[in-house]
Design a protein around this ligand. Structure first.
Ligand code: PLP
Length: 378
């Protein structure tokens, strides 16, 4: 029996245990310590531009703290890309704010700049200027950074960049995660590198980082006893998991290369199949880490739906998954305002994410290719 081929599974580099052993040897078994500091420094160095990184328990926690630092509170409105994972939108609800969902555009599958501006103008006309714009680099593909930042600047609204899927991606040579007022990274088990679970907030200033760490460690005022003048959170990263992160940073470039090679593999595999397109960069300004490779299937041309292909893969223990179901189509957000057309809906109907891990073997690729050829009769 051959083993299951996963969509995206953890891929250790080798030195992770060394850092964990150091933590045990020195008894830094706590949500602070040399691995936390070291991991933050590794990330700051990797991101290149001046940034201050706070290591946290999750990417979701990073987004939550970013919203708090942008002053988002009860009754506010926050613009959010609809086509994304729920973890982008949930922290808006944690703050008692309302998400205003915006459609995608076809080049990057990320927020449509035209619909974004329409949304801002209409919300202002209705009486509320959105407190923040939460934009996502979906599957590692950078959003249209210049366009989005120009609109945000025009209306003076801070951008929160959800780079959970995009560590290692760049736009015009600059690393994703460094464009917004805040950037959020994730090191969940399925991401391009992992700490088993974890995240980080990328800040522009040391003050913003210090505030994030303060809030993430229960908001203790400077006093010998426990004194509090803010609501705090327990969001800091553990020194053990940060050790995994330090080991993973040593192999990040290699992981980006391997994920991009998977994308190239799919481009070649589907090149001869009419009606299937592999999601890739619109032009050279965009460099995706291709965290997940995805395809769009035009069922009218192929006679095959994305569900047909998903179920066929499943028979052979190959995991694939529909694209993120847009947030404005989710029951929990049914009442939230939405701007745009049906781009995200169509992507959801026709898109499928394919096995994309950096640890897939030639044998795995052969199994995937055989199944694709069987399904499409090529
Ligand atoms: C994974 C992910 C998150 C959340 O990160 P966690 O570390 O799992 O909390 C947020 N946004 C997007 C787009 C993600 O893919």
């Amino acid at each position: 029996m051959s083993s299951k081929i996963w969509l995206s599974s953890p891929h250790m580099g080798g030195n992770e245990l060394k850092y964990i052993h150091e933590a045990f040897d020195t008894n830094w078994v706590a949500p602070l310590g040399p691995n936390v500091n070291g991991f933050e420094e590794d990330l700051e160095k990797y991101l290149q531009v001046d940034s201050y990184v706070a290591a946290l328990s999750a990417g979701t926690a990073a987004l939550h703290l970013a919203l708090i630092e942008c002053g988002v509170t009860h009754g506010d409105e926050v613009i959010c890309q609809s086509m994304t994972f729920s973890a982008s939108a949930n922290p808006i609800a944690y703050q008692g704010a309302t998400p205003i969902f915006v459609d995608s555009e076809e080049d990057t599958w990320n927020i449509c700049p035209i619909a974004l501006e329409e949304a801002i103008v209409d919300r202002i006309a209705k009486g509320k200027t959105p407190k923040a714009i939460l934009v996502v680099h979906l599957y590692g593909m950078p959003f249209k950074v210049d366009e989005v930042l120009a609109i945000a600047a025009k209306y003076n609204i801070p951008v929160i960049e959800d780079a959970a899927e995009a560590l290692g991606s760049t736009y015009k040579g600059r690393k994703c995660g460094t464009f917004g007022r805040f950037g959020a990274l994730s090191f969940n088990g399925n991401k391009i590198i992992t700490t088993s679970g974890g995240g980080a907030l990328v800040c522009n200033t040391k003050e913003d980082k210090d505030k994030a760490v303060f809030l993430a460690t229960q908001a203790r005022d400077n006093a010998p006893h426990y004194q509090h003048s803010h609501i705090g959170y327990n969001y800091r990263m553990s020194n053990i998991t940060a050790g995994i992160g330090r080991g993973q940073m040593e192999v990040l470039d290699n992981r980006v290369e391997a994920r991009r090679a998977m994308n190239a593999f799919y481009q070649e595999l589907f090149a001869g199949i009419d009606g299937v397109t592999v999601f890739t960069e619109p032009n050279e300004d965009f460099f995706s880490n291709h965290w997940l490779s995805a395809i769009l299937i035009d069922a009218e041309i192929t006679g095959i739906t994305r569900e047909d292909l998903r179920l066929a893969f499943l028979e052979d223990d190959i995991e694939s998954r529909p694209l993120w179901k847009p947030m404005h189509m989710q029951p929990i957000f049914a009442d939230a305002p939405y701007y745009g057309g049906i781009v995200a809906e169509k992507l959801f109907d026709n898109g499928l994410c394919l096995p994309s891990g950096s640890n897939l073997t030639d044998e795995d690729r052969a199994r995937i290719a055989a199944k694709v050829k069987e399904v499409f009769g090529k």
